[in-house]
Write a protein that binds this ligand. Structure first.
Ligand SMILES: Nc1nc2c(ncn2[C@@H]2O[C@H](COP(=O)(O)OP(=O)(O)OP(=O)(O)O)[C@@H](O)[C@H]2O)c(=O)[nH]1
Ligand SMILES: [Mg+2]
Length: 303
């Protein structure tokens, strides 16, 4: 059977930075709860209302981000630009950088790659969670998003994409701001969970695993009572953003929480194995809110 390893077992916590880039990134960042050993950073062109409770802010003009982000970190290892210096100043002493943003705009779309470049020069592991524009935003924006995604895949260890079109399938009757808030809350879950659970010892193996997959997908589900583990895993695998075929998943990061995590962990992993027998698993048990009677399963899957 392929490997399964538990995250967060060692004593030392990984020092995580969660960086929201641009309008979408800062909106998502608001929903992230960060533990004491993690910091939240907002990167944008000006102070927007969404950044109100994020004290750590980096203000950069959007204009040059594409050019700076395009510099290969192996070819150009020194950070000469003000933008890079500002970003590296807030990322010092970190192990893992989680990057949030929307593809298709000018700031976040390129800014995420620049953060990736800086983080890599600093030697950190990186994972980006990025939205993909609505089809109705038009072909120009979609082409821009595609070019940004290709660069991002070169600059960070792993990219998880969330299509905004699929957001409308889930939140069909909501006004767009509410739908954005709903997706922001969903995207914040793996960011909060990983920053909470990752240990220093996890950084290197997780980085290797992230690097083996071109495009990661996210799913989340919850179940109650007797069949809670089955229901939670099934719902995660049928989530709108989890579009891979279960049996093709070769790598999975599984974050779970339940009122009886001792007993449920084994059953949740068994349910994952039934669907994805070939997958190498990295898994963790998250702290569980006392008033929640559900088993909740998050899966980052990669083929
Ligand atoms: N899910 C979600 N998507 C968003 C949100 N805001 C924007 N988007 C999407 O993200 C893309 C980029 O938009 P922004 O993040 O506002 O753009 P930006 O990075 O600030 O760049 P500018 O164009 O310079 O403002 C848009 O085309 C939308 O598809 C949000 O709050 N939630
Ligand atoms: Mg903007």
């Amino acid at each position: 059977m392929p490997d399964a390893w538990q995250l967060g077992v060692g004593d030392e916590r990984a020092r995580v930075a969660i960086v929201g880039c641009g309008g979408a990134g800062c909106n998502i960042l608001r929903h992230v709860t960060s533990p004491a050993h993690a910091i939240r950073i907002a990167v944008n062109d000006a102070v927007h209302p969404s950044m109100a409770d994020i004290p750590s802010r980096v203000l950069v003009p959007a204009a040059s981000l594409q050019a700076y982000a395009s510099m290969d970190e192996k070819a150009v290892q020194t950070m000469e630009t003000d933008e890079e210096k500002k970003i590296s100043a807030v990322l010092l002493d970190r192990d893992v950088i989680l990057i949030l943003g929307g593809l298709g705009g000018e700031l976040g779309g390129w800014g995420m790659s620049l953060v990736g470049r800086v983080a890599r020069i600093l030697g950190d592991a990186t994972l980006a969670l990025a939205t993909v524009p609505f089809t109705m935003e038009g072909p120009i924006r979609r082409q821009l998003a595609e070019a940004q995604l290709q660069l991002l895949q070169k600059r960070v260890d792993g990219v998880v994409t969330f299509s905004n079109d699929r957001l409308l399938q889930v939140a069909r009757d909501l006004p767009l701001t509410k739908a954005f808030a709903a997706l922001g809350a969903i995207m914040a879950r793996p960011a909060s969970g990983l920053s909470d659970v990752l240990g220093r010892a996890d950084v290197a193996p997780l980085r290797r695993m992230l690097g083996r997959v071109r495009e990661w997908r996210f799913g989340m589900g919850a179940g109650r009572e007797k069949h809670r583990c089955f229901v939670a895993v099934e719902e995660a695998y049928t989530s709108p953003w989890f579009t891979s075929l279960p049996e093709e998943v070769r790598y999975a990061v599984v974050l779970m929480s339940s009122p009886d995590s001792g007993a449920d962990a084994a059953e949740i992993l068994r349910q994952i194995r039934l669907r994805s027998p070939q997958a190498e698993l990295a898994w963790a048990i998250l702290s569980h809110p006392p008033d929640d009677d559900r088993a909740v399963v998050q899966v980052l899957g990669g083929v």
